[in-house]
Design a protein around this ligand. Sequence first.
Ligand SMILES: [Zn+2]
Ligand SMILES: [Zn+2]
Length: 363
Amino acid sequence: MTDESMLAQSLPRPHKKRTLLNELPPLPMTVIGWQGIRCVLPPEWNLTSFSMEREAGYIRADAPGDAAVTVQIRWQDAAETDRKVGTLYDVFAPKVRKLLGRPAPQQKPPDLRRLLNKVLKDAGKSAKKAGTSFESSTRPEKVEGDELERTAIPFSWVGGGRGQGKIWHCTKCNRVVVAQVIGIARDGGQVQSVAAGLFATLRDHSDDSLDLWALYDLQVKIPETFKLHQQQVMSGHLRLVFIRGGEMIVIDRWGLASMTLKKFKLEEWLATNVTVRLKSMDASVLTLQSGHEAHYYTGRLNLMDRFKVFRSARGLARPLAVRFEGGVWLCEDQNRIYSVQALTSRKTTGLWKMVADSVICCQ
Ligand SMILES: [Zn+2]
Ligand SMILES: [Zn+2]
């Protein structure tokens, strides 16, 4: 079984259609954030598949219920798109430049037309396999974005389904992104309206070096220097683990908080879910920006704890984590428990508070 199909199995069922629609406030829009890519989609959409890598990857989000409309976003570092067989120097040049503190040489912009032709050719092949005709159209290249950082080509196709999308290169993050909304052929109107919302909100880099990670109502900001290391996406428990050398951030969110809290106090629940021993740590209560009160623990990692952390992260990667900060809080409105742990080096300060403050839950 592939990672994707396992993921699909562990995702929660789409919500049942609500009754008395007129009496309920409008549902919130769906915010998706993954590897620096973020966008806003209509209410109750869900991230249904994703890749772990930052340099080149994809996400897919699906409309709720039986709707056949889906959003696919692929991205790649532009330096990778034209790569031929590299020489040994090509492989080491970026490292040498980094050591010497020299800027990377100006790269020629990627050939978006060529890349787009490949995307459309692949879509055409699938249509042919399904025995339907295929037609595509592309619009002229244009420059766009808040700081005119994007060169983009919009495109659309019909054949076995329909797609409306855009390919662009961003000079700020040097990513090439292909994003499209795909639906069945007669869903033209819906595909168009989802695409309008998608392209108005889709961003491929953050302006504050903090990546928004957003899925299943979880929204948290993590410094982009941390890489996603592990994920667990289940309806009752979401976990994202990020590492930077030997440093680590762990985000957990559990559903059905009221059931859990019949058996455990919040602090006990945290103690059973962290790798370190909380007993020797300093405990306090902190108010987060969300207004929630977090039970907060901090202290130096002892040798035993460090050993456990090394094993769950990447061995003896540097900088070594020497300090633990962890906290847990309840969001009553959502009936969910959140916890954030930060295992940091001597030099890193304020990370836990920044990450915990960035969590958006019931606001
Ligand atoms: Zn960018
Ligand atoms: Zn809340």
